[in-house]
Design a protein around this ligand. Structure first.
Ligand SMILES: CC(C)(COP(=O)(O)OP(=O)(O)OC[C@H]1O[C@@H](n2cnc3c(N)ncnc32)[C@H](O)[C@@H]1OP(=O)(O)O)[C@@H](O)C(=O)NCCC(=O)NCCS
Length: 328
């Protein structure tokens, strides 16, 4: 395989297969690859035909904005047959979504995409690399093990049914928008580094605000920002009835961190309800027992779990009120 990095980013060529940076005009093709690969996987899993919804266009546009040279396609004879998206959270780099057309699987296309993603994340200065996958899909586990990744932890996925009255947002929590980015992004960097010095969530926060992916909230104590949360609500209502708490970081040293967590959760749930969503998802580390218990107390029930696989070590988190998943 020939590899070179040109002005459009990293590319790889092997025979008639080329892995290169995604172009904006290929977003529809990538959406279709995603729909076909997940529909195929789910249909084989369940033993009946399942049709996955298309991933919202806005999400792919947002990823392309966030990492313009880190979104990759596999092209063969002018056709897009696979795609993979890199995410750089400071010195942590992860990949997802990652998809190859069903009829093109098991021919090395995934390996070529993965290699390109690895090299890209390395060039961005990442130290820990990873992804999350379904623990029952042995093919994926084999695939990532062969690429040098090992199982490092589990990510829990808990869900709450939203019923009754929306929680009233506390006074210390406020919604933030475009006009706040100037002060918000350094605060997001500072807070994520307190969770782990390798982490920087500021780009993720900026993406959520710029692309209006759901809602972004901060918790302040005596005017000092002590936590933030991002809600995603990106699927059209006909495709999905849920929203997701994409991320939350509460200062591990904050006095009354539990109150901040509670207020940020209230804000996210209230927004999800105001958007007509019936359920809200939360994803977080299975090593975080206090968070599991805090979510249980808020009527979140465990729905499923993903396996996090990493290269270069595993991420240690400080403080109980930290929610994030390495899944796109
Ligand atoms: C995961 C995915 C991207 C891999 O792409 P791919 O092009 O099939 O990958 P490759 O051809 O490079 O490698 C596939 C490997 O899995 C192996 N494999 C295939 N079926 C397998 C099975 N049932 N059990 C174990 N290994 C299996 C192949 O033999 C090959 O391994 P090898 O190199 O040791 O021979 C692709 O299967 C896909 O799109 N899946 C659906 C969506 C998905 O699950 N995405 C990943 C989410 S984390």
């Amino acid at each position: 395989m020939r590899t070179y990095a040109d002005h459009q980013g990293r590319s790889e060529v092997a025979g008639d297969l080329m892995v290169r940076a995604l172009r904006a005009e290929e977003i529809e093709a990538v959406r279709s690859v995603g729909q076909k690969s997940w529909s195929d996987l789910a249909s084989r899993d369940l033993g009946r035909k399942v049709r996955y919804p298309l991933r919202p266009r806005k999400v792919i546009e947002a990823y392309l904005w966030k990492e313009p040279l880190g979104c990759f396609v596999a092209e063969q004879q002018g056709r897009i047959i696979g795609s993979a998206f890199c995410h750089v959270w400071g010195r942590i780099g992860w990949v997802g979504p990652f998809e190859v057309l069903p009829e093109k699987q098991n021919m090395g296309v995934g390996k070529a995409l993965m290699r390109t993603c690895d090299q890209y994340l390395q060039e961005q200065g990442c130290r820990i690399f990873g992804l999350e996958t379904m623990p029952h899909v042995t093919k994926n586990i084999h695939f990532y093990l062969k690429a040098g990744y090992v199982a490092s932890s589990m990510t829990l996925i808990s869900v709450k049914s939203l019923t009754g009255d929306a929680p009233a947002p506390g006074q210390e929590v406020s919604e933030v928008g475009l006009a706040d980015l100037g002060w918000l992004l350094p605060e997001a960097s500072r807070l994520s580094a307190k969770v782990n010095p390798l982490l920087d969530y500021s780009k993720e926060v900026e993406m959520a605000v710029r692309f209006d992916l759901g809602g972004c909230y901060v918790w302040r104590q005596r005017e000092v920002v002590k936590g933030f949360a991002i809600l995603h609500s990106v699927h059209p209502p006909e495709d999905s009835d849920h929203a997701s708490i994409r991320m939350m970081a509460v200062d591990p040293d904050a006095k009354d961190g539990a109150d901040g967590f509670s207020a940020l959760m209230d804000a996210c749930e209230a927004r999800a309800m105001s958007m007509g969503r019936k359920r809200v998802f939360a994803r977080y580390s299975a090593e975080n027992l206090p968070l599991y218990q805090a979510l249980l107390a808020r009527a979140y029930r465990l729905e499923s779990a993903n396996m996090r696989m990493t290269r270069g070590g595993s991420l240690q988190e400080s403080g109980p009120y930290h929610l994030a998943a390495w899944a796109g």
